[in-house]
Design a binder for this molecule. Structure first.
Ligand SMILES: O=C(O)CCC(=O)C(=O)O
Ligand SMILES: [Fe+2]
Length: 267
């Protein structure tokens, strides 16, 4: 099996090799390497959920908050233009679960249908663990010492009443072996709608802009980030505790149906 980035972030496995690995072995590998990519898989929603359920407890969402979804465990990221998280717009870097306060340990993504998507709709995965270790002090100090505040905005994704106001976000969730980064970075392009917004308490608007721009640029440096352009049949399993992810926007002429499962490991 090969690492995807030369310093050892990400793993690529063939289908036959992946299918021989036990979930506990895969979990150990991605704790170390961040994520695994397997091409040429062939799942239905049901068989995808069956596979994932061997890794832990699937997180169910209230179906009334996600209208039209065919399952309450598998979220269709279907590019619906009326939505944001499951729509076609950019999603800034984040790790899952922090606005809804659900404990997400692993995230599974499977590409069920992909058309006209050669150089758009990519998913970026950042080695947060390494990025934090090497972070320039002027950025690291903000993470360690300042207070982030977030507002969950997207109706129909964040159920109304969850936190209908700015709330303080703990910067890290210390998992012992790694620190999860709870902060949702900001949108670059706001005109098509945003799902959330984050700010630093006491920072001016331009200070906030400068900080989030620089932090995003730093995370996306080639040394610690991988950009995946999807093909049908691709499976990615990532360890949400040690990576961040983001999505590029994609246009109306393309099809991108990705199934998403979030799960927590039994304690
Ligand atoms: O569409 C993607 O590539 C990622 C979506 C995502 O981050 C999410 O559903 O939480
Ligand atoms: Fe996500």
């Amino acid at each position: 099996m090969q690492s995807i980035l030369k310093h050892g972030f990400g793993l690529k496995a063939s289908r036959s090799f992946f299918e021989k690995l036990s979930p506990s072995v895969v979990k150990g590998m991605i704790k170390d390497k961040g994520f695994i990519l397997v091409n040429d898989m062939n799942y239905t929603r049901e068989s995808f959920a069956d596979m994932a359920s061997k890794y832990g407890n699937l997180i169910k969402f209230a179906q009334e908050t996600r209208p039209g979804m065919k399952s309450n465990q598998v979220l269709d990221l279907d590019g619906n233009s009326e939505r944001l998280v499951s729509g076609r717009v950019e999603l800034p870097l984040h790790s899952d679960g922090n606005i809804l306060k659900t404990n997400v340990d692993l995230v599974f993504l499977y590409a069920d249908e992909i058309k006209n998507l050669k150089y758009q709709g990519g998913t970026t995965i950042v080695d947060f663990k390494k990025a934090l270790e090497q972070m320039p002090p002027h950025l690291k100090r903000i993470l360690d010492e300042e207070q982030f505040e977030t507002l969950g905005i997207e109706k129909g994704y964040y159920p109304e009443g969850v936190e209908p106001y700015w709330f303080q976000m703990e910067t890290y969730n210390d998992r012992g072996w790694t620190k999860q980064f709870n902060i949702y970075l900001n949108y670059k392009e706001k005109s098509q709608g945003i799902s959330w917004i984050t700010r630093l308490r006491g920072f001016s608007e331009s200070e906030n802009e400068r900080f989030f721009f620089e932090l995003d640029k730093y995370f996306r440096k080639y040394e610690h980030s991988y950009l995946h352009y999807w093909k049908k049949g691709d499976l990615i399993i990532m360890d949400n505790r040690r990576v961040l992810h983001a999505r590029q926007s994609f246009d109306k002429g393309s099809t991108r149906l990705i199934f998403r499962i979030q799960l927590s490991e039994p304690i």
